[in-house]
Design a protein around this ligand. Sequence first.
Ligand code: DAH
Length: 470
Amino acid sequence: MALAFIRAAPAVRRVVFKSNVARVATLSRFFSVGSCLRYEKPESIVIDGKSYETDDWTNLPSSILKLVGRNLHLNPNHPIGILNSLVKKRFGNMGYTHYDNFKPVVSKFENFDVLGFPEDHPGRSKSDTYYINKDYLLRTHTSAHEYYCFKNCETPGYFITADVYRRDEIDKTHYPGFHQMEGARIWKKDENVIETISKDLENLPTIDIIVEDTPKSYDDKTNPKQEYMSVEEVALVSRHLKRTIEILVNEVFHLGMIASKKNRNNKKIEPLKVRWVEAYFPWTAPSWEIEVFWNGEWLECCGCGLVQQQVLINSGKNEDTIGWAFGIGLDRIAMLLFGIPDIRLFWSEDDRFLKQFKEGSVNYFKPYSKYPSSKKDISFFINSGKEKGNESERGFHDNDLYEIIREVSQEDLIENVNCIDNFVHPNGKLSKCFRITYQSMDRTLTNDEVNKIHEKIKQTLAERFDITLR
Ligand code: DAH
């Protein structure tokens, strides 16, 4: 369990955030930097027993640190853990090593640089990512471990399951901590490579699934093949990648179909329908996404592609290595399959939630109660950067507000935050209004409690940012 505490020495003020120790809920002074000017930050942050010096990049708040180490994906009776085990079992003897114990702190190098993220990629910004300091951050995706796995994995392929973190909006499907599964497989490009991959393809199990895939030519400019691979190699590796992902999603969604009310009354279960669409990722070419047809909608599910040669070379592989990689988000899928209405529930420690799920089975969540909600607005002018168009140039990003909200309401008491008004006043200042929906998963909130939190959010916002409340 990852938690935090402050230690303040009397003479030189030394503040330390620490994980894996004890829960102390008095960290509200030490928040995200974001772009705010007035805040105190600790000199160092300790996570998983390792101490990191803080600097101008530090923006990791205590509310996020306390999620680190919960390891929901390792709990066999938790929806996220159930999905993890299902996939592990499905690919059990197919040549993959399963890693699910990687620690969440990674270097900027592993998360971005080695994968070829451009310097100006938005994912690198402080408004999107939790930085511990300029060199270390909480991984924003499981691809951050590709470097380690390509270097060290001894089987042809690997899977990684882990918690990942992003600064994000607040609503029923977004939470700053969530889960991904990564997979990859490589081959040596020798004289037998065509035969080897063809054999591996033949060995993949056949499944009953409807696939829409428009054949593509690999010489297009938007999603080109890499020069070092032949058309035949690209075709075979892509086929292996796509078939593998189809097997994975079919495994998971098939159980979801059995669980869904509609299908329990129907004897015959229809085959799953999926389609392939073109995509872009800095570290793969060509790249795709699979979409799954679920409850009448196409659901974006999983990004993938053929790994860029440079990434493999950077990870110590020979120039003649070829392979694929994919990454899939687990929380959205688990919400659909288990009928979970709000992503916050995954982090609940309430037995009424936890006791409903059992290893190996996908069953529908029975809501224990829907507690009343109340809505309150916050409106303000951003005083700085009058002539600037872009919000972050004005010194404020919506994610900064979401962070304050999460921090002040330590207990996940907010269901949704909506920006309901956003306009530039004739005086040049940007005016914003946010509507906050307060609603607990576990109890009824009193008016008094909600008012106190709301006032605290307003006060904190006004202290940290150059804004005027309206
Ligand atoms: N890391 C990507 C994300 O978080 C998902 C992904 C896409 C992973 C393509 C991959 C890949 O390995 O090849 O959105």
